[in-house]
Ligand binder design. Structure first.
Ligand SMILES: Cc1cc2nc3c(=O)[nH]c(=O)nc-3n(C[C@H](O)[C@H](O)[C@H](O)COP(=O)(O)OP(=O)(O)OC[C@H]3O[C@@H](n4cnc5c(N)ncnc54)[C@H](O)[C@@H]3O)c2cc1C
Length: 398
């Protein structure tokens, strides 16, 4: 056994570090985070990088510098969990024992699920802002386009911040308008659902911007294959069953996503959950079958739309419930399904969507119409929020 800890957290991303910091603040002395990456990423900025509104360096910091004080960082990857023995196996060969386990390794990007997609995003005309190493390439391609066709795609199924698929598109359209070339560019957004996002009020604002930029919105549709050499994207319309080949000059694609494969192979997901998410009670965030296992963030089988914003609430609920269990007290905290998506609808304005797990509006400040396009929401999203993330959220203080 490589070690034994009161709490072991799998994944030092948004969820893992916020929770580790909060548990320390609540008096848990022995917290270990297993995380293989030397760099920590603030993923919401990937959209801004792809839209030419942030530099790549703003989205990353050394993992060492963001690890909350007093938390042990295990630089390794978990490859298996044995919930009966309360141990995790590490890629290096060792094992860690735990009193409580919190599983939050995020999502994997399933490039291989769409034939040709992996090759396409690494080819000269393709990119994706869902991969840090490709986000800057998105902006290189989008900003160089003077005429032709730009295709943006979003897959079906749970993904990180669903609305983020659209963000670089609006940023690019506003740039093309500034450059006087927007009318020479055909912009196509392919998305799998029957409306542009699904939240009343937000949809009206997004549809207004889509009309303003002249974007062709393909609803109920998905990218099913790509031919990178010919620069063609095959789009299927699920409503009619028809398919269409679109030639593109730039393709910015979001890949299908699911829980990491190693997690799918453990006993932690519910039988039959193809996404492989950890089977938790969506309110208490405690595992449905293993009482000393918990999960939050993108890898948890909660009912909300996956986002960092939802973690601000989940972290408090899980930390308080875990501490209560350690003291033999009942679980009192319940996560309410809140989520958020800030749509960068221009280079200086944002439509701020806050909603519940039924996609109904759930504003933090009642009666303030945050879903309306404003400059203030841009400032909060682009300038203030990254600071809150690095200084407070990752320390478990917000
Ligand atoms: C392009 C983009 C834009 C986004 N925009 C927004 C936004 O505007 N607002 C918003 O609220 N959210 C946004 N999000 C979503 C947000 O970033 C995620 O919801 C959030 O990061 C989820 O946190 P997490 O800790 O669950 O996963 P992550 O932050 O992805 O962290 C998971 C961590 O687990 C580690 N890990 C993986 N496998 C293992 C293993 N086997 N062993 C140990 N560690 C492992 C990973 O290295 C990683 O560090 C966006 C995401 C993307 C990609």
């Amino acid at each position: 056994m490589a070690g034994q800890h009161e709490v072991v957290i799998i994944g030092g991303g948004n969820a893992g570090l916020s929770l580790a910091g909060r548990l320390r603040r609540y008096g848990v002395k022995d917290v270990a985070v297993v995380e293989p990456k030397e760099q920590h990423f603030f993923q919401p900025l990937f959209s801004h990088i792809a839209g030419g509104r942030a530099s790549a360096s703003e989205a990353t910091r050394p993992q060492r510098s963001v690890m909350p004080r007093g938390v042990e960082w295990v630089r390794d990857s978990v490859v298996d969990v044995d919930p009966a023995a309360s141990t995790v196996s590490l890629a290096s060969g060792g094992q860690l024992g735990y009193g409580h386990l919190v599983v939050c390794p995020g999502l994997q990007l399933d490039w291989g699920k769409i034939p040709g997609l992996a090759e396409a995003v690494h080819s000269p005309a393709g990119a994706s802002h869902y991969e840090f190493g490709l986000a800057a390439k998105s902006w290189t391609l989008l900003s160089a386009l003077k005429s032709g066709t730009a295709v943006f795609t979003m897959p079906a199924g749970p993904i990180k911040c669903g609305g983020a698929a659209q963000k670089p598109m609006y940023l690019a359209c506003d740039y093309w308008r500034e450059q006087g070339v927007l009318q020479d560019i055909r912009v196509v957004m392919v998305q799998p659902y029957p409306t542009v996002f699904g939240v009343p009020g937000v949809d009206e604002e997004l549809n207004r911007k889509i009309a303003e930029y002249g974007i062709e919105l393909r609803l109920n549709s998905e990218l099913v294959s790509v031919d990178p050499a010919a620069q063609t994207a095959r789009i299927q319309d699920h409503a009619t069953g028809s398919t269409e080949e679109l030639h593109y000059d730039v393709l910015n694609a979001v890949p299908p996503q699911s829980a990491p494969d190693w997690l799918k192979a453990t006993k932690l997901p519910a039988a039959g959950d193809a996404g492989g998410f950890v089977e938790v009670n969506p309110q208490t965030l405690r595992h449905a079958r293993f009482p000393n296992v918990w999960s939050l963030g993108d890898a948890a089988a909660t009912t909300n739309s996956k986002s960092g914003g939802s973690l601000r609430k989940q972290t408090k609920v899980l930390a308080k419930n875990l501490v209560a269990v350690r003291k033999g007290k009942p679980l009192k905290q319940k996560y309410d399904g809140y989520s958020v998506c800030p749509f960068t609808v221009s280079r200086s304005t944002v439509v701020f969507a806050e909603f519940d797990d039924q996609f109904q509006p759930m504003p933090t400040i009642p009666k303030v119409p945050t879903w309306k396009e404003t400059r203030l929401s841009w400032i909060v999203d682009r300038d203030i929020f990254p600071q809150i993330y690095w200084r407070l959220i990752l320390k478990g203080r917000a």
